[in-house]
Design a protein around this ligand. Sequence first.
Ligand code: PHE
Ligand code: ZN
Length: 886
Amino acid sequence: MRDARPSAIYLKDYRPPAFLIERTELAFDLHEDRAIVEATLHLRRNSGVGAGEALVLHGQELELLWLALDGRELGEGEYSLAEDSLSIADVPDQFTLSSRCRIRPQDNTSLEGLYKSRTMFCTQCEAEGFRKITWYLDRPDVMAEFEVSIEAEKARYPVLLSNGNPVAAEDLGNGRHRARWHDPFPKPAYLFALVAGDLRSVDDSFTTRGGRQVSLRIFVEEKDLDKCDHAMISLKKSMRWDEEVYGREYDLDIFNIVAVDDFNMGAMENKSLNIFNSSCVLCSPETTTDKGFQTVEAIVAHEYFHNWSGNRVTCRDWFQLSLKEGFTVFRDAEFSADMGSRTVKRVEDATVMRTAQFAEDAGPMAHPVRPDSFIEISNFYTLTVYEKGAEVVRMIHTLLGPEAFRKGSDLYFERHDGQAVTCEDFVLAMEEASGTDLGQFRRWYAQAGTPLLSVGGDYDEDAQTYTLSVRQSTAPTPGQPEKQPLLIPLAVGLLGDAGNLPLQLEGEAPNVESEDNTHLVLKVTEAEQQFVFSGVRERPVPSLLRGFSAPVRLEYNYSREELCALMSRDDDGFVRWDAAQQLAISVLQEVEGQIREDQAARVDPLYLKACETLLQDTSLDPAMVAEMLRLPGEGYLAELAARRGGARVESIHLARETVLKALALHAEATWLEAYRRNVVNAPYAPVAGQIAARSLRNLSLEYLALAREEHIALARAQYASAGNMTDSLAALRVISQRGTDAQRDEALDDFYRRWQAEALVVNQWLQVQATVPGEGALARVQGLLQHEAFDLRNPNKVRSLVGGFANGNPLQFHRADGAGYRFHGEVIEALNTSNPQIAARLLAPLTRWRNYAAPQGAAMRTELERLAALPKLSPDVFEVLSKSLV
Ligand code: PHE
Ligand code: ZN
């Protein structure tokens, strides 16, 4: 916490480090009230750039006890200490610097640096946490070989871990012991990790295709030993997949995963010692939902894939964060698609982009995939850097094709192994290996905001041509008033009466690309452009942005009949889903208009019929049917409404409830049949077929509960008999949302009694309560802050309860009296001091204040202003507030 206003740093100011560190020796002495850290850094002036420069090290909240240069202790006048730095003016070209510091892990609630999570010590260093451990050149382009020794009380901390290989273990005789570790791969400090705790492990092994035997271990508290199988299986699948798809092998004899309860993010890819939020690694059918199983598989893969895309080749500076994150998210998405249903995965990812990332792009924190400035880097672990970054890599994959893309990734890994590089280096490797010019494409890295593609279609019956006219534009974002046209891969098809038509672009060689000539990727490069298809024998319905081929908003003036045609007959799964969404949105907006004008609401029967037909079609993947029949959320509808003059939460909510209910009643018998048909009799397994059935069955339950009060009995019966958490929690949600107060309280109490010993399940319980509708919601959430199951220091609990309320209970969060915002602001105020990263993240819903009509918009702003006037703001919170209020 500083008193001066934190200032921004800029990509354009990047300078190579004046000094490099070749070797880093660390000795930790861990105690209950302090940790002593001794560091010996083997430093060298960076030839060419470091001449004459002082040595400036980063450090925060460190108590310096001793400092020596080449073994000689430095006196007070020989170095200078500032708020966050230590400088030594005159140093030789090569020397060792040794320091001893005292830090207080027990008091570290920021969960950055070395801290205590329950009974164990652990670290989190990305992005700039290492400077809270010792004085260092804490920047990713300084890579050193690490030797680490850890000393602690043996009884409390029998397991002592760090990166690389164990080299020694000694009993010190006085109840303490010591372990030494050595990591042969030079790495930036952000990949350093240490763990000390009373942990047990599940052990396995993996033989790489080159014949290396790797020992795999997942470390957890003893009570969680039965929840590691799925993560272990996922790890082995990931290791195999990276060999098969990218030719990347694991490079050490050990790979360790540790589960910790208090963690700001999902997980961290520290070299050979991945540290996971326990919610992203522990699984069992009894305690974890299908979604949870899939998340664990994806995150285990993500962290493992970082070993190459992130660790072996790392980032030069934090502006390049998407170099490792965008690429790795693309890799894990493809892995998940290969392990489960490709189309469902694509729909899920497109949904995240359209609902959450587009909102970020349209808000005050909008930034490019490669930002050009930041105040606090922690604020830039965003959907834009991760998910849009992955979409940018996916577009390269689409433009190059799989073979050339693989050549590009091989070249990238080979050329930059052991280096800290930039997004530009990645693009260059892709260009060189494929011979494709990505000149214009590069703008995707630099330009913020979501492009809008406005498409028109024109059929000329005489000439048998079909012309697509495409206009692209991107609205201004903070600091970027002018936008340039991007290269946008627009995948298209043309749907005819009897299926998708063969495509032939006028003036191009016959389209024989694969056996499938009904699919084409158009390259949109201009602000306005036309594409003419010839030999089109009937008036088609254009199937656009197939597979979500680019992270853009697409506008085409479809009639509802055309949307029904796409939804039922197009051969691209994404387009079918998207047509269902567009149809739903157009119906929802129509009903909202009726409500606002006090007219009787009428839900278009065409829509109801199309949905019912879909639900009756048992030849379809039930998971896709469920996704298509799930209405867009109120948050997304609010984003859409913002562009049409300001969102009104009440009418959006009413409209959505009206359409849900109409669909529930219209297809009641069919919902009931789907509910019965999709029962899973086999023992629980998190496999695509079962997941699909449960997902449609539980969606059916939601609709049924709306259609008729009696159907709550189905939910209660399901709750009573469920043998897995997916079905149990789905039933609990339905009872809490749609049941009577008594039914709800009974189920919630029962659930807590059953699961109070399982922290991760209790978090789900907190979240369900946060979304209970009605006037009493805020009081309930406030009450839960005092519950024994809640702890403001645990980010998972804060996300479940406070995040769950803000994001999952729109009507009560956006109460007209502003009490929801005030409550939210008070939690942020408390977290601003204890955990600034979490505080800043929680601000996101309030930053959307411009989207809302009066009185909400104004009240949201008022709460932001109140927070901005607080005396001591963390840089994290300061940055979000100041950008939201300009
Ligand atoms: N690098 C981690 C990942 O994406 C995320 C992370 C960032 C974790 C910062 C902790 C702190 O895999
Ligand atoms: Zn990552």
